[in-house]
Design a protein around this ligand. Structure first.
Ligand code: WTA
Length: 653
């Protein structure tokens, strides 16, 4: 029965009962939080010794911190050695070798593969041996550009097995975006597949790799997994079939033992300025973080079937499809298709067929499914479900309540987990059996996480109920250590707005009971359907078109996608606004960034609002795009105030 008090939802009985974990109720949470606060090093050393397989157990916790970050990365567990795949694979062989590690559902409903821990161990070792044979060495970079096939996870783990650094590039990025990333990280090898399959349609992946590598010298090998059997171009000096190269290898591969701070992966993500940056995560701290948060937040049980619907190309897929679940010996779903293929009942069909107990998805998907009506949900038996998770963007209370009432029938709790590519894993989130929840709130910081709210104008720390910039005052083991090849950019992006703390880029409100309500990005990052994109990337793509003289892009509230993309354009003389031009511009955006990127609204303007020093006043553009053009405040510092009237009049919201 649902108990509801002042908009707080108590943890349902079914979620509370029988929790096997140390944090099984709110007191347990408070105790852990206290322990992590008084002795963070001791707390995390204790957790990591308990949860991971170390070759040399670490004796030190944090070394360095935000005050020393200018001089180089801080570290966790620096004197420990390990290989993360030993925690994810070898450690599970004896106790659960036959348990399903990866439960794969292909594009067509019911096209299922179950890969046990023993099989996964063998496959990863084979792929690792193949990578070694193809010349990949410890510390070298491998790009993985694939769809949602188990081989993508196998390739990630194979890299980790030999101490190579993987960088997964989401399959929706274009050849140009892929080439940028290949260059930036200096990749030696790319793992891809012939084609991806999504909603009954094929997506060329090998062909995109071919286009990205045209004229490039760095990449020596392309390892190609055959998914569809579609035609692909072949460069015999460079291309190797997965089934030929991996197939013939031995299923044993000694793990390369590395130091705790050895890089595990680079993941590119968008920021407010410039090109995407390669966020770097290391081995021991990252694995500790995802292992701890996965089992704690989801209150993991032996027979759970965990279904994270994210793509492996994003951090959510890294942390909560691959590393977190496997290091805990869980069964983790990999889903190749979309929530609406063949219809809006797909998730719930899988819940019924596969006995899913925990589902983890994005608010965008929840809103899209809610819009299709309850029948698609109610047709299927969801009694196996215990926990419903969300991630990637703020969830509006209506969508939250639909998830809770219709999907979960009031039996399941919702964990609204706030975190970022840079944080490695969850930082602010309910702990399923312990935390009473409020619709739309990510609730409290996890043990060992120290958030603060700063007053935007002054940087003063705010106490009690307040709203401000969300920062973290102390490193946690899973925090990204640097931006690959550009530590200065790491320092300037995250540690210069407010010295001495980590700046998240998000705004947040804290209520009287200490619940956190993320209000969204306060920098120039837009979050479209849970995909993070930089306005600067859009602007660079748009001005690549001959017709465009100047471009400024902002986000605006969008009912389904959370945020939409609003572009203000000044055209070159001789060009005129037209539907055809808008289409062509989106073609360029697609070519430069990828299929994930699209401008929703174009507004052609005579000029952009600029200060006298030439800086675009984005605040004004955001207000107009939000439909609040009548609340612009002071515009007297503009070089030419008349452009504002034109912008307001021509607003397309
Ligand atoms: C947003 C995704 C509100 C936030 C794991 C953050 C959220 C950005 C939530 C990171 C949430 C993520 N509630 N907002 N539960 N989770 N965000 O790097 O703005 O793709 O800064 O990592 O997503 O996006 P990223």
């Amino acid at each position: 029965m649902k108990e509801q008090m002042q908009d707080t939802w108590a943890v349902p009985e079914r979620v509370r009962e029988g929790s096997p974990n140390p944090i099984a109720d709110f007191d347990g949470f408070l105790r852990a939080r206290h322990a992590a606060e008084v002795d963070p090093d001791g707390f995390w050393l204790g957790q990591t010794h308990r949860l991971l397989s170390w070759r040399t157990a670490p004796t030190v916790g944090l070394d360095g911190g935000y005050h020393t970050v200018k001089d180089g990365p801080f570290s966790w567990f620096a004197d420990g050695t390990l290989n993360v795949t030993e925690s994810c694979l070898d450690a599970n062989l004896e106790s659960r070798g036959d348990k399903t590690a990866i439960l794969w559902e292909g594009d067509e409903p019911g096209d299922v593969r179950r890969i046990s821990y023993r099989e996964l161990h063998g496959e990863v070792c084979k792929a690792a041996n193949a990578l070694r044979e193809l010349g990949v060495q410890k510390g070298e970079r491998v790009i993985i550009y694939m769809g949602m096939v188990p081989e993508a996870a196998i390739a990630m783990l194979a890299c980790a097995r030999i101490g190579a650094i993987h960088s997964v590039v989401f399959g929706g990025f274009s050849a140009e975006a892929l080439r940028d990333r290949v260059r930036d990280c200096g990749a030696e090898l790319i793992v891809t597949q012939d084609e991806g399959l999504r909603a009954g349609r094929t997506v060329g992946l090998k062909s995109t790799v071919d286009a990205a590598l045209e004229g490039e010298q760095g990449v020596r090998r392309v390892l190609v997994y055959r998914r569809t059997g579609g035609e692909v171009a072949w460069n015999p000096d460079r291309d190797v079939w997965w089934h030929e190269s991996v197939g013939k290898q031995s299923p044993e591969c000694p793990a390369e033992i590395v130091e705790a701070e050895h890089p595990l992966f680079i993941l590119y993500t968008s920021g407010s300025t410039g090109r995407p940056k390669g966020v770097l995560h290391t081995s021991g701290g990252y694995l500790t973080w995802v292992t701890y948060t996965f089992r704690t937040v989801f209150d993991l049980r032996d027979d759970d079937v965990f279904a994270c619907m994210a793509d492996i190309g994003w951090i959510t897929g890294h942390s909560y499809i691959v590393y977190g679940p496997l290091a805990n010996g869980a069964t983790s779903l990999m889903f190749e298709s979309t929530p609406v293929y063949p219809d809006a009942g797909r998730y719930w069909d899988m819940v019924q067929r596969l006995g899913i107990t925990i589902i983890y998805t994005a608010p965008t998907a929840i809103r899209a499914l809610a819009a299709q009506g309850d029948d698609f949900v109610q047709k299927y038996d969801r009694s196996s479900l215990r926990i419903l998770g969300t991630v990637g963007e703020p969830i509006n209370p209506d969508a939250w309540k639909w998830y809770y009432d219709v999907v979960g029938e009031g039996r399941c709790t919702i964990v609204d987990t706030w975190w970022q590519t840079e944080t490695g894993g969850m930082l602010i989130s309910p702990i399923a059996p312990a935390t009473p929840v409020r619709p739309g709130s990510a609730t409290f910081a996890l043990p060992g996480v120290a958030p603060a709210l700063l007053e935007p104008e002054t940087g003063r720390v705010l106490h009690g109920p307040a709203e401000g910039h969300l920062v973290m005052t102390r490193p946690w083991p899973g925090q990204a250590r640097t931006v690959y090849g550009d530590h200065e950019r790491y320092v300037s992006t995250y540690f210069s707005t407010w010295p001495g703390v980590y700046f998240t880029g998000d705004g947040c409100r804290r209520d009287a009971e200490g619940y956190h309500w993320i209000t969204g990005r306060i920098d120039d990052v837009i979050n479209v359907s849970g995909h993070r994109m930089g306005t600067a990337e859009f602007e660079a793509a748009l001005i690549a078109h001959d017709a465009v003289a100047e471009a400024a892009v902002v986000g605006y509230p969008h009912d389904l996608k959370g945020q939409g993309v609003y572009a203000y354009l000044v055209l070159q003389p001789g060009h005129e606004a037209s539907a055809g031009l808008e289409k062509a511009l989106n073609g360029v955006v697609r070519e430069i960034i990828g299929a994930v990127a699209k401008v929703d609204i174009f507004q052609f303007v005579p000029g952009l609002p600029k200060t006298r020093s030439g800086k675009v006043m984005r605040r004004i553009l955001r207000k107009v795009a939000e439909g609040r053009g009548d609340q612009l405040g002071d515009t007297s510092t503009l070089a030419d105030p008349s452009v504002v009237d034109a912008i307001r009049e021509g607003a397309r919201v």
